[in-house]
Design a protein around this ligand. Structure first.
Ligand SMILES: Nc1ncnc2c1ncn2[C@@H]1O[C@H](COP(=O)(O)OP(=O)(O)OP(=O)(O)O)[C@@H](O)[C@H]1O
Ligand SMILES: [Mg+2]
Length: 336
């Protein structure tokens, strides 16, 4: 193998999540694979309902009650986590793989002060530190996420903070135990553009400076664009494209869906039309219980022909560790 063979810290292979619904079983995540090395910055992008949150939650053993992992493997430093006991998950979740939840309101307990929530995090993983030492750690964490009056924050209840402050607190909580991997699910979606920019900077700095592996989940390619090294595009529960950030943004994506996503970035849309986020593609993501035969994107795809509506598309490699789930990916030569 080449000299750059670094072993992955997280390796997910062919993960499929099943949810039993009154309409029958659905698969919000199907054959999902990824590989992360220390310090990686991965962006996961896709329209609402594509399975981003489900994929993220499955990596933390946090799937909702009705959902379960049907098959596949999640290896964290070589240890298999599919089927792991709750006590194994408890040792990893939060302390080694952190999560910034998509819904900040639900992640903060409204009846507890911020300081109490930090205490609970430390109690669950690191008992026996002196009170003073711990208070200092919490203060520094809050300062490090740009909250410059940490003592006031520690005494506050969530509702007393602005949305941007709450998101900073959540990030501080998620990194409190210095996880090797942080999964941030739509960390900036609820925030205005300036705050959103600052929050993103904060996460990117953790990634760059502390080599914390970052998985950034967003429906907005504008967010993903900023220095993401790897990109996974999800559609109807499947990875339809895996690409390096460089190739994706400078040469262009291979899958027609990714191309459409790129064309309909909110940044661009504002200049043209103020429509929904995907004005470049007609139609909507099909519901999971009504997935078409063949390629799930075919009904919306400008490139689709008869075969796309009948046969499931193949995974076609487009470069080293890159590929697209498509009969007709655009494969541009990388001109040196
Ligand atoms: N508890 C549940 N029961 C049944 N279906 C569910 C449940 N939770 C999620 N789903 C379905 O699973 C699919 C994936 O949902 P998920 O929340 O992962 O999407 P997402 O990509 O994170 O979307 P968004 O951008 O809106 O956050 C959706 O079709 C959703 O309707
Ligand atoms: Mg989501």
């Amino acid at each position: 193998m080449g000299g750059n063979a670094v072993s992955p810290i997280l390796e997910v292979k062919d993960l499929t999540v099943r949810i039993d619904t009154p309409r029958g079983p659905v698969f919000p995540v199907r054959s999902f694979s990824l590989s992360l090395e220390q310090g990686d910055l991965l962006g996961i992008v896709g329209e609402s309902g594509s399975g981003k949150t489900m994929a993220g939650l499955s990596l933390l053993g946090l799937l909702p009650e009705s959902a379960r992992i049907l098959e596949g493997s999640i290896r964290f430093f070589g240890q298999e986590l599919v089927g792991a006991t709750e006590s194994t998950w408890n040792r990893i979740r939060g302390s080694r793989i952190g999560l910034v939840f998509q819904e900040p309101q639900s992640a903060l307990n409204p009846i507890l002060r911020i300081g109490t929530m930090f205490e609970e995090i430390f109690d669950s993983h690191r008992a026996g530190e002196g009170r003073e030492l711990r208070a200092g750690i919490i203060r520094n964490l809050l300062l490090s996420v740009g909250l410059d009056r940490p003592d006031a924050i520690i005494r506050s209840y969530p509702h007393q903070l602005s949305g941007g402050m709450r998101q900073r607190v959540l990030i501080a909580m998620a990194i409190a135990l210095s996880p090797e991997i942080l999964i941030a699910d739509e960390p900036t979606t609820a925030l205005d553009p300036t705050i959103s920019h600052q929050i993103l900077d904060l996460l990117l700095e953790r990634n760059r400076r502390d080599n914390m592996t970052l998985v950034l989940i967003s429906h907005d390619l504008g967010i993903i664009r900023r220095s993401t090294r790897k990109i996974l595009v999800l559609y109807a529960g499947r990875v339809v494209e895996s690409a390096s950030g460089d190739r994706f943004f400078s040469i262009g994506p291979a899958h027609p869906y990714s191309g459409a996503l790129l064309l309909s970035r909110p940044g661009d849309a504002r200049k043209t039309k103020r429509d929904g986020p995907l004005e470049a593609i007609r139609g909507q993501v099909p519901p999971l219980w009504e997935l078409p035969q063949g390629c799930a994107f075919a009904p919306r795809c400008p490139r689709a022909d008869a075969r796309c509506h009948i046969e499931p598309p193949p995974w076609i490699p487009t470069g080293p560790n890159e590929g697209a789930l498509c009969f007709y990916p655009s494969i541009q030569e990388n001109v040196a």
